[in-house]
Ligand binder design. Structure first.
Ligand SMILES: Cc1ncc(COP(=O)(O)O)c(C=O)c1O
Length: 392
């Protein structure tokens, strides 16, 4: 006997579990992916929109080419990554007793941490402006994400221990410290990091310490030095190491915490072998290139500051930045950051309007990154001055 299945009106498209993070589509593009593809395909585009670093040369490149030529990429890497790479990351942090999980970028590490450690009863404290994807990931698992407004002088444009205390309650489970902060480039003193560590230990909560930009900072302190059992350190090869497109990063914490995160891993066959080879050589050769990159980046920052200072009403709220990016405030001269970004894009300069990193203050500022050749920064400076005149 043939059984006929009853026809129902069910659709095969599954219910969406999470609200998609809002991504504004730049003018003239159907999707934000179309926009990114457009800027990527234009080989003359000056890349000041993603805090990437275009100054590395030599060793990292050579090791990538060697790996391609050897065709070793035919093989799978060890599923948890090359131990040499993990050792080098821990050595870089001076925490050889901790453990590492390699991921396809800091982004994946952040997601896994939220997934593992945050539940529906919890709230998470982060800041606005900030790297908003962290809050979006937290929102998938938490009851509430508290975006503390920090775009003001009073708190020195960063989430301070005082602000954290004011916004905490018994359900707070995690404090997100982006240090240096994307987009403002503010970072923490040793005293502040110690204070955060104390808060975390006393209240039994996690510190997610995102140190993606740490090597651009004049001084940098690790929360893991003071609260190792509470800290999840997020590490990225996308910025100072200049490997954004290779998508590799890590989370570092105690062995029990890393073991716990490993249960959630999707990429069971490991992280891209080419990226790992590049990352090993980046860390091994770091002492040979880091000071040059910092010097060029710092000098570029000074060129931008000089240009901004010439223009009445335009200012850099947090200067000097400890990152490879900074914020230029346009609110006093009433120029929309979106218009400014569009104007510069027409001149083949890719920058980011504020709403990419802020829900509350995005209409006030433009973010520019400057670990690129000096000639390109000079071009930006010229075009920026012209843009202010044209758009005012
Ligand atoms: C604070 C911060 N964390 C993480 C990331 C992403 O890092 P990755 O490229 O390693 O995923 C970014 C990228 O801009 C960032 O600004």
């Amino acid at each position: 006997m043939i059984h006929h299945r009853k026809k129902t009106k069910k659709t095969l498209i599954p219910r969406k579990k999470y609200k998609k993070a809002e991504k504004r589509t730049p003018k003239g593009f159907k999707t934000s992916n179309d926009f990114f593809e457009y800027v990527f395909e234009d080989k003359e585009m000056i890349w000041m929109g993603q805090n990437t670093n275009h100054l590395n040369k030599g060793r990292i490149n050579d090791s990538l080419i060697k790996c391609i030529e050897s065709k070793e990429y035919c093989k799978y890497p060890p599923p948890e990554g090359f131990s040499k790479l993990k050792e080098l990351i821990l050595k870089d942090l001076n925490h050889e007793e901790l453990d590492v999980l390699l991921t396809a970028g800091g982004t994946e590490s952040i997601y896994l941490c939220m997934h593992d450690f945050i539940t529906k009863e919890d709230n998470v404290i982060t800041c606005d402006p900030g790297y908003l994807i962290i809050g979006s990931f937290a929102a998938r698992f938490a009851k509430e994400v508290r975006y503390v407004p920090i775009y003001n002088e009073e708190c020195n444009y960063k989430l301070t221990p005082k602000l954290v205390k004011e916004n905490m309650d018994e359900n707070t489970k995690m404090i997100v410290l982006i240090d240096p902060l994307n987009p403002l480039g503010t970072s923490y003193t040793k005293e502040e990091i110690k204070e955060f560590a104390k808060i975390a230990i006393e209240n039994d909560i996690y510190l997610l310490h995102d140190i993606t930009y740490k090597d651009f900072a004049k001084e940098h302190y690790l929360a893991a030095d003071y609260a190792p059992n509470n800290t999840l350190t997020i590490f990225s090869f996308s910025k100072i190491y200049g490997m954004a497109g290779l998508r590799i990063g890590a989370v570092i914490s105690t062995k029990p915490m890393i073991d716990s995160i490993k249960n959630l891993v999707v990429n069971d066959l490991g992280v891209n072998i080419l990226s790992q080879i590049g990352a090993i050589s980046a860390l091994e050769s770091k002492k040979d290139w880091i000071s040059d990159i910092k010097e060029i980046t710092n000098n570029n920052q000074k060129l931008i500051k000089k240009t901004v200072d010439k223009i009445d009403g335009v200012f850099i709220p947090a200067y000097p930045s400890n990152g490879n990016m900074l914020v230029i405030d346009l609110s006093k001269i009433n120029i929309s950051p979106k218009k400014m970004a569009e104007y510069l894009l027409d001149k083949k300069i890719f920058t980011r309007e504020g709403n990419y990193t802020s829900k509350l203050f995005g209409d006030k500022y433009l973010r520019v990154s400057y670990s690129i050749p000096e000639e390109e920064v000079k071009l930006f400076c010229e075009e920026f001055e012209k843009a202010v005149k044209a758009l005012k």
